[in-house]
Design a protein around this ligand. Sequence first.
Ligand SMILES: CC1(C)CO[C@@H](CC(=O)O)CN1
Length: 426
Amino acid sequence: AGKTDLYIGGIFPMTGGGWSGGQACLPAALMALHDVNHREDILPGYHLNMIHNDSECNPGIGTNVMYRLVYHPPPKLMLLTGCSSVSTHIAEAAHMWNLMVLAYGSSSPALSDRKRFRTFFRTHPSAVLHNQARIRMFQYYQWSKISIIQETQEVFTSTIEDLEKRAKEANITIATRQSFLSDPTNAVRSLKRQDARIIVGVFYEDMALKVFCQVYKEKMYGKRYVWFIIGWYPDNWYQKVEENEVNCTVNQMREALQGHFTTEMTMRSLDDTPSFSGLNVSRFDEELLLKLNNSDPNDTPGYPEAPLAYDAVWALALALNQTITRLKEKGVNVGLDKFTYDNSTIFREFYRAMDSTSFQGVSGPVQFLSTGDRLTLTQIEQMWNGRYYKIGYYDNKNNNWTLNHSFVRWNGPHPPYDRTLVVEDL
Ligand SMILES: CC1(C)CO[C@@H](CC(=O)O)CN1
């Protein structure tokens, strides 16, 4: 007998100036849909379809896509979203239609607000996930005086507010906090004037080039300084000096960046054990590359986040599957295809099922906090001679970490101090 069709909405940033991660995340989501629909034990008797459009990572366009998905039949059971700027608009309104929003690409800490985003979940961790690893490193090397420089973007402002809270709890002083909009020259000079030594820098990669060219000019690198920046830029980000009109050479950038640390959320499971779907990381990447007709993964936006999109589709499929059971247990004999936006019966069980998600994904264990947040490991790397080396991981769920400190290298004879010591200058 033919299967009953179910529909979900998918909003993917394919183009536009922001994060266009839909380029790899849409193929990954379609891969998961295919795999789910070929499992007899999942949503038996149903066929899951996704209707998707390009948000261009633009909140206005994204909201328009949502309205079109909602006001054109058939009803959609939920919405998948990417960029934070789109998710914040859609997730605030979605409850009006009993719609769950599951983001595979939203890192903004602002989204961890259950009151404002009542039906929001995400397989992409919040950007605050960098902070516990940073604090642990500071404690390990006994740095209790930290400085901060940030680009004025909401995601970085919210991240630094969380870092300040955690630093206070750990008796670590934030000596100075500088921010800049598009030219970091004065912010870097202020750090130098205030004798900043251990510095956390949060900005997008185009600004990172400007910051470290200025760091080179101010000589704020070498044996007296330690920099912590974001790790999810492409590995060769610092070489793009011409296209960003930065007047430093690649060698000067490399010299300024020698020994800096980065933190980033891990988006692929560290071990190769198969996920619930049967795919392990290496098989997933093989299949994804085929879908991307073997274009260079480093040049395909969203390639790092693709497992988060794959796991998001599995999460909603397993939650819908659970919803069937929950409805039966409540004696509600209605098919999922009978969902309507003004009927909260199905949504309520769907929400409870999503809230209790727990399965092994390609991106690692998939579970949500009560805020809808996802925890993953945080990866710590260090750059040496222009290349990044993994030196440790922080497990944010169990609050423990592994640091291969013998891998860590210093520009001087010992780790720098967090302030000027008289003895050091003798
Ligand atoms: C790690 C990154 C690049 C952070 O921004 C996310 C996009 C967003 O939060 O809008 C995608 N993943």
